[in-house]
Ligand binder design. Structure first.
Ligand code: C5P
Length: 212
């Protein structure tokens, strides 16, 4: 079954913990990024660990290999099980994240194409395809591909084969859960869950879409 991953981009720590606690039983993983980490500190990963769900660090790491290695070590030391890095940084810089992830028994996902409208300016024209191939070459665990463009996900799937595809852009950005769930290994949903009046009810709807 396609995984359901919550993008917990909630900047109020108390609220974030409350939403995570209520939603966790219905989720496969929780993705944390700059909004929550910058407001609450990296230590929030330790607090969320109690929920016993894999934590994905979405820092879209995009630096030189040594800096990436240092960032990735901080991420896995803090309790995350996966890290997301950019792909345009090239093989050596991707490998730095992949290697640290492997050392910790974790996973590394490479952003092949982003989900927002402006992403087409740079990711289209062959770049996303090249990045997806690079992710395979670097033995990353998978890629990030846009739920807002299922036709692009299909193209990228041909390149990455059985490697995982995690797909953000469902809900608030317009991506349709049931369409994209058939193409990917995990759908990532943020605002449509954490801004819902009742996040657990919202999750139930996304959950059902995975099997529809
Ligand atoms: O609120 P929403 O469902 O749009 O959140 C999507 C999440 O996925 C955000 O955390 C965003 O930063 C992230 N993301 C994305 N598109 C990408 C990579 C990550 O929307 N290509």
């Amino acid at each position: 079954m396609t995984e359901l991953i919550l993008a917990l981009d909630v900047t109020d720590k108390k609220q974030a913990l409350k939403i995570a606690e209520a939603c966790a039983p219905h989720l496969d993983a929780i993705k944390l990024g700059y909004p929550l980490i910058l407001s609450s500190g990296l230590s929030i990963a330790g607090e969320l660990e109690e929920l016993d769900k894999p934590l994905i660090a979405d820092f879209k790491v995009a630096d030189i290999p040594n800096t990436n290695k240092l960032i990735a070590e901080q991420v896995f030391d803090a309790g995350f099980s996966s890290i997301i890095c950019h792909g345009f940084i090239g093989a050596d810089a991707i490998r730095a994240c992949v290697d640290v992830a492997a050392d910790y028994g974790g996973a590394c996902f490479v952003v092949a194409e982003m989900s927002h409208p402006g992403a087409t300016a740079f990711f289209h024209g062959g770049t996303a395809e090249k990045i997806a191939a690079l992710a395979v070459e670097c033995e990353a665990d998978g890629i990030i591909a846009p739920a807002t463009r299922p036709e692009r996900v299909t193209i990228l799937r041909e390149i990455v084969g059985r490697r995982k595809i995690l797909s953000p852009g469902v809900g608030a950005q317009g991506g349709d859960a049931s369409t994209v769930a058939k193409l990917v290994d995990g759908i990532i949903v943020g605002r449509a869950i954490y801004e819902a009046k009742d996040p657990v009810t919202a999750i139930t709807e996304f959950s059902a879409a995975r099997t529809a």
